[in-house]
Design a protein around this ligand. Structure first.
Ligand code: HEC
Ligand code: HEC
Ligand code: HEC
Ligand code: HEC
Ligand code: HEC
Length: 581
């Protein structure tokens, strides 16, 4: 229960009988308690039909009938219960009074929440600690959704502050791609153009005689802000998707995909024909928000029994569609970000047998409460509480549980044949997905007993953009193996692989692994029939192209997703004997 004096944020509805503090034990006791309670859910105008009524923090729930009446059975005799009620368009009601089983005149009053968005609403900062802009307010989420004694308890604030959403406005990789600088601030020259009679102004490749710090939106479009802020700094861009320069955001805007922002989402607007966001409506433009009017609050969440307070339940919070506006992005005519579309077109979107983005990236079960107990937190079933860690491209554990790899090595006379099968059996979209900077590098190394590399006779090699140089420094071009990526090529300059997708690009190739897709590659090496051979197969996740990382001075070590070593015995094997594993 909230302390109404200090926590106006989920402010208690005055309509709730004025009982602002403490639970009121209802005096409605019947002599022979049947283990059920019944009553009425209404609003100022009368009964509310189809409201969900729940014994708070339990799975015991029912729905009101056309007259707004309900009965909840299966209660333990003599054990008082707290009830909540929710219906679409209303804050969650109830939550204040305890009823003994047998009570038959429960009366829960609902208050409608705003059905319009209020652009004048001032965001609440997540941060309570002094020094953060926007801190110092009772409503700062950290007051109640963090554990000051143990950040490992996994309350939303403690998890969110380390996740990519919280850091999106200050992510140096994003910012340096926006500004066209490296991390030290050195900037590439603005893009040069030449005039053609047929096509007008055409951009030139960067001058090879000048220092180059990689591409940047601002090098190509110095006059405009672009659409980047619509997804990367959405709280700042909510009312100005194309006019917000992400390098200038301040206050809660700098909190990236912020708590208050995400929990003001009421719905998403998708194209009913495709199920996808409209291509020209990135990020904030495809959401419907419910920022509350002055004097009120509004938090939408996945639970329908958070009361009292100005909270409501929104089914979209549990659906992949919630993530769609930012995890699908079209630039010019090229689909650049598409984890949502890939998911939608995979078996994972089956409502019965599939899994949502939240199932994998916000798994439940990590904690049994999500607000501090001394601030109104309630002990709950851990399966009803979802994590905000949002593991992604930097998470070793997630990446090591994304695909399966199977390696077979067979000696056939003087040849050693290595077959690698990679199956995307655990990822709800392509691997890798979203940012086209991401790629996988498969390295198939075969050495003899003395550590000398065996000569490759047949099979694929890592492409040039795997890096030309010392393999010990991560430059793998030409080595046996391959890479998986969606490779974009810029029109006009024909540069590829390009991360400058704010320019017109086309998909040169895309061999990423769709959900449940299997990829097989075979490399053949020369080997004498005698002596040991060691086969080392490694699948790496690389966050960005190595050349780009060098231009920008990004530090982002490769992550080993899979590794397997096979030793083929040392004794001479006549007649192409088969030896596996
Ligand atoms: C990128 C959007 C996003 C951000 C940022 C975000 N949330 Fe959430 N939050 C969600 C979604 C989606 C759910 C529901 C997940 C589900 O039901 O599968 C959720 C669930 C919750 C819940 C319900 C309990 C639980 O954990 O399941 C609380 C409380 C909550 N968030 C608070 C916060 C706070 C506080 C912050 C910031 C510290 C925050 N959220 C940041 C999207 C977000
Ligand atoms: C439709 C939403 C959307 C828009 C618009 C958008 N981005 Fe992104 N961006 C994302 C998402 C989502 C990710 C994370 C993808 C991933 O991890 O694979 C991302 C990742 C990135 C990354 C990789 C960051 C890293 O740490 O590796 C860069 C760089 C980036 N975006 C730059 C930009 C720039 C520059 C613009 C504007 C020209 C832009 N983005 C516009 C959604 C968007
Ligand atoms: C004064 C304490 C307090 C503050 C400050 C606070 N919350 Fe909460 N919040 C709670 C409590 C308590 C609950 C309900 C706990 C329960 O029932 O288990 C809750 C529930 C929620 C829910 C769940 C709603 C639902 O129906 O699923 C969301 C979402 C949420 N808070 C978001 C936020 C965000 C975002 C902020 C910061 C902008 C914030 N809260 C600040 C105490 C607080
Ligand atoms: C079945 C589990 C599963 C589902 C469902 C799922 N993901 Fe993932 N996701 C993963 C795994 C595993 C990875 C790591 C492999 C990779 O990067 O592709 C990942 C990676 C990511 C990344 C980081 C990508 C990168 O390579 O930089 C983003 C962003 C992401 N997922 C977003 C989403 C969104 C949005 C949805 C829903 C539309 C979703 N995921 C659904 C398992 C899942
Ligand atoms: C308001 C836009 C927005 C919404 C809504 C949103 N995301 Fe994101 N998400 C981003 C951006 C931007 C990034 C990249 C941040 C960065 O790397 O700087 C990102 C990053 C991620 C990553 C981490 C990728 C990495 O490389 O580490 C995952 C996983 C992810 N999002 C999943 C989700 C899921 C699941 C949902 C829905 C519950 C969701 N996102 C909703 C904008 C959003």
């Amino acid at each position: 229960m909230y302390d109404a004096n200090t926590h106006s944020v989920h402010s208690i509805r005055l309509a709730l009988a004025g009982a602002c503090a403490g639970l009121v034990l209802a005096v409605l006791v019947q002599s022979a308690p049947s283990a059920s309670v019944s009553g009425l859910v209404r609003d100022a105008n009368g009964p509310v039909a189809s409201a969900t009524v729940r014994v708070k923090a339990t799975a015991n729930a029912t729905t009101t009938d056309a007259d707004g009446r309900f009965a909840l059975a299966d209660l333990e005799p003599n054990k008082p219960v707290v009830l909540t009620a929710w219906a679409e368009g209303y804050y969650i009601g109830g939550g204040q009074t305890e009823y003994l089983p047998g009570a038959s005149d429960v009366d829960i009053m609902l208050s409608a929440h705003n059905d319009q968005d209020n652009a004048n609403y001032a965001w609440l900062s997540a941060f309570a600690s002094a020094g953060y802009p926007g801190s110092g307010e009772d409503g700062n989420c950290e007051h109640c959704h963090a554990d000051p004694n143990d950040a490992q308890v996994s309350l939303p604030f403690d998890e969110w502050r380390g996740d990519a959403h919280a850091l999106s406005a200050e992510n140096p990789r994003f910012l340096t791609m926006y500004t066209g600088t490296d991390t030290a601030g050195s900037q590439s020259s603005p893009t040069q153009y030449f005039q053609t009679r047929d096509y007008g102004r055409i951009p030139l490749r960067p001058d090879p005689n000048e220092s180059y710090f990689g591409p940047g939106y601002k090098l190509d479009f110095p006059e405009t802000a672009g659409n980047c802020a619509a997804c990367h700094t959405p709280a700042a861009a909510i009312d100005a998707a194309y006019e917000t320069d992400p390098t200038t955001v301040t206050g809660v805007g700098a909190e990236g995909a912020a708590c208050d922002f995400c929990h003001k989402v009421w719905d998403v607007r998708l194209d009913p024909a495709s199920g996808l966001p409209y291509p020209n409506m990135p990020g904030v433009l495809s959401f419907e928000f419910r920022r509350p009017p002055e004097g009120h609050q509004f938090f939408a969440g996945p639970l329908d029994d958070v009361a009292p307070g100005e909270d409501t339940y929104s089914p979209i919070q549990r659906q992949s569609q919630y993530c769609a506006p930012c995890h699908f992005g079209v630039f010019w005519d090229t689909v650049v970000y598409n984890s949502f579309g890939e998911w939608l077109h995979s078996p994972y979107s089956d409502p019965q047998t599939g899994r949502s983005c939240q199932d994998c990236h916000m798994p439940s079960g990590r904690t049994d409460h999500f607000a501090r107990f001394d601030k109104g937190g309630v002990l709950r079933d851990p399966t009803t509480i979802f994590s905000h860690r949002m593991p992604g491209a930097a998470d070793e554990q997630l990446l090591q549980n994304a695909v399966s790899m199977d390696v077979k090595a067979v000696r056939e006379g003087e040849r050693l044949a290595v077959t690698v099968t990679i199956t995307n059996d655990q990822t709800g979209h392509h691997v890798p997905t979203d940012s086209p900077l991401r790629h996988l590098i498969l390295l198939v190394a075969a050495t003899d007993g003395r550590g000398r590399r065996l000569k490759q006779l047949d099979g694929p090699v890592v492409p040039e953009w795997g890096g030309v140089g010392d393999p010990n420094q991560g430059f793998y071009a030409g080595l046996p193996g391959k890479a998986f990526a969606k490779v974009l090529e810029e029109h006009w300059t024909e540069l590829s692989p390009s991360g400058a997708y704010w320019n017109p690009t086309r998909v040169l190739s895309d061999n990423r692994l769709a959900a449940f897709e299997v990829d097989t590659s075979s490399c053949v090496f020369a080997q004498t029939t005698e002596g040991e051979a060691i086969v080392d197969v490694t699948l790496l996740f690389r966050r960005a192209f190595i050349k780009l990382m060098a231009q920008k001075s990004w530090q982002s070590p490769d992550i080993v997703m899979e590794h397997e070593r096979i030793t083929i015995g040392g004794s001479p094997v006549p007649n192409a004997g088969l030896q596996e594993r």
